[in-house]
Design a protein around this ligand. Structure first.
Ligand SMILES: NC(=O)c1ccc[n+]([C@@H]2O[C@H](COP(=O)([O-])OP(=O)(O)OC[C@H]3O[C@@H](n4cnc5c(N)ncnc54)[C@H](OP(=O)(O)O)[C@@H]3O)[C@@H](O)[C@H]2O)c1
Length: 240
């Protein structure tokens, strides 16, 4: 029997109770949330928008967004999806949009940049171009310069500490594949809420474990399974 969106209330109750545990640490609570197909694809083709969520799970995702101070995606997702990352399907506060964009490739005509209510924060490398810097800040976007890690990508621990110092206590990471992989590989995810759509796509995998050992994989502790419209929502605390 298909369940209504109301049935995901227990998912949110568990998540909200757990979130209070990290109030005193130096980086924010991190929830990872994305939608995948039965074969673990988050897009049918890399770099292309692919609507995976049903209307019911899309509404659930918007409700989840309202419970976080910020929402974060990688520049690959901005270029592919051009999403607003706001909350339209439920009542509630919009989270602060944040883009991981070390080289400042965020297009000036992207919908996130053109938002008039909340200007995005763009996390970039210390040496990212001054020309783009000026053009982006002129739109109201805020640039946060963060050191690169040993892998040449933006250091996620440094970024998270910076965000906490700016008052961000909870953050929802929505993708895409490289960002999901980086957060999981770095053991920086507290909770995951993954929507599984009952179809196959043979597309872009959600997770690449990189050099990680197959015997040391991130997993959910005490996972919860909820049907939401035609989809399954799997959620719980993440451990390595
Ligand atoms: N189904 C879903 O729920 C869902 C959600 C979101 C996205 N998507 C899909 O995912 C695809 C995009 O995924 P993607 O892997 O190509 O791009 P992505 O993960 O959105 O962005 C990756 C880019 O972010 C930048 N970055 C900077 N620091 C990083 C770090 N520490 N770790 C990871 N990335 C970092 C890098 O670009 P620079 O080197 O230029 O900084 C990197 O190439 C699209 O097709 C989109 O539709 C699906």
């Amino acid at each position: 029997m298909a369940m209504d969106i109301i049935d995901t209330a227990t998912t949110f109750a568990r998540l909200n109770a757990a979130k209070t545990e990290t109030r005193t640490r130096s980086w924010p609570w991190v929830t990872l949330s994305y939608a995948q197909t039965l074969d673990g694809s988050i897009a049918a083709e890399p770099g292309k928008l692919f609507d995976i969520s049903s209307p019911e799970t899309m509404q659930m995702t918007h409700r989840l967004r309202t419970g976080h101070d910020a929402i974060l995606v990688g520049i690959g997702t901005v270029l592919a999806d051009d999403s607003l990352l706001n909350v339209r399907l439920v009542d509630g506060k919009d989270p602060q949009p944040i883009i991981l964009d070390s080289r400042l490739r965020t297009p000036l005509d992207s919908r996130l940049i053109r938002r008039s209510d909340l200007h995005p924060w763009i996390v970039c490398a210390p040496a990212a171009g001054k020309d783009q810097d000026a053009a982006l800040t002129a739109t109201g976007a805020r640039l946060l310069r963060v050191d690169l890690g040993p892998d040449g990508c933006l250091s996620l621990p440094r970024m998270l500490e910076c965000l906490k110092s700016l008052g961000i206590a909870s953050i929802m990471v929505e993708g895409g594949s490289r960002v999901i992989s980086s957060f999981l590989q770095a053991d920086l995810v507290d909770w995951a809420v993954v929507t599984i759509s009952p179809r196959w796509a043979g597309g872009l995998p959600a997770y690449d474990r990189g050099a990680g050992s197959p015997s040391d994989l991130p997993h959910l502790i005490d996972p919860e399974y909820q049907q939401c419209g035609p989809d399954l929502v799997v959620s719980g605390r993440v451990a390595q």
